[in-house]
Ligand binder design. Structure first.
Ligand code: HEM
Length: 206
């Protein structure tokens, strides 16, 4: 039982965040507009810090709004986990279907993430949909971290880890993708089809 919980925690925390970090590197490598905006945001944070703080601060993390929106949009279009299981504790009806007590139901993340009535032009990669806009995202429709009582406990940690890693990567290094044509497959979690090799070197400051 203890081993079981440790293995679950390792998979829940390690595989998911390493997928998101890989997706960030993959996206920045192939989308110059997204990369440029992330670079500007992160360089701005670095410049503001110079002479004051050596390391990233909590306030810096809060300023990384565009970078996090890219991560959010990646998790909408390529959710690290494809869904969550729930067991019916009593006979239930949902959407005209009878779900008998004891049955397991899989709620599939893409079913709302790719619904055009919830997200306009769902196939389009648009980080701005996570800005505080007039179109509010209804509860339980954007669910990369699940929802309800068993919602992921690591979502805030994920944000800090992802933003810290991206900040250090883009401000200190430059890289190119070895296989620019590389796609993301599912096995069953998203995985770069060629392992995402990159050529990386320290950033040359102008
Ligand atoms: C990109 C990063 C992550 C994603 C996409 C993710 C996604 C999810 C999802 C979809 C669930 C199921 C929620 C549900 O059933 O409604 C979950 C549960 C869980 N996650 Fe995460 N997770 C991430 C990172 C983490 C991290 C960093 C940790 C730990 C440090 C973590 C620990 C857990 C645990 C313990 C549960 C089970 C919660 C429960 O059953 O009450 N996750 N996560």
């Amino acid at each position: 039982m203890i081993m079981d919980n440790f293995i679950a925690l390792m998979i829940a925390s390690h595989d998911t965040t390493s997928i998101l970090l890989s997706l960030m590197v993959w996206k920045m490598s192939r989308d110059p507009e997204v990369y440029q905006k992330i670079l500007e945001e992160q360089m701005g944070i670095l410049e503001n810090r110079e002479g004051r703080e050596e390391k990233l601060t909590w306030d810096d993390i809060q300023k990384m709004k565009y970078t996090w929106r890219v991560a959010q949009e990646l998790m909408r279009t390529i959710p690290p986990l494809f869904g969550s299981f729930r067991t019916a504790l009593k006979d239930t009806t949902f959407g005209g279907y009878v779900i008998p007590k004891g049955w397991q139901v899989l709620s599939v993340t893409h079913s709302t993430h790719m619904d055009k009535d919830i997200f306009d032009n769902p196939m389009e990669f648009d980080p701005s949909r996570f800005e505080n806009s007039s179109k509010r995202i209804s509860p339980y429709t954007y669910v990369p971290f699940g929802g309800g009582l068993h919602k992921c406990i690591g979502n805030e940690f994920t944000r800090v880890e992802t933003l810290t890693m991206v900040h250090n990567l883009v401000t200190q290094y430059e890289w190119t993708q070895v296989h620019p044509e590389e796609v993301i497959t599912r096995q069953p979690v998203p995985y770069p089809s060629m392992g995402l090799p990159i050529k990386i070197k320290p950033r040359t400051m102008l």
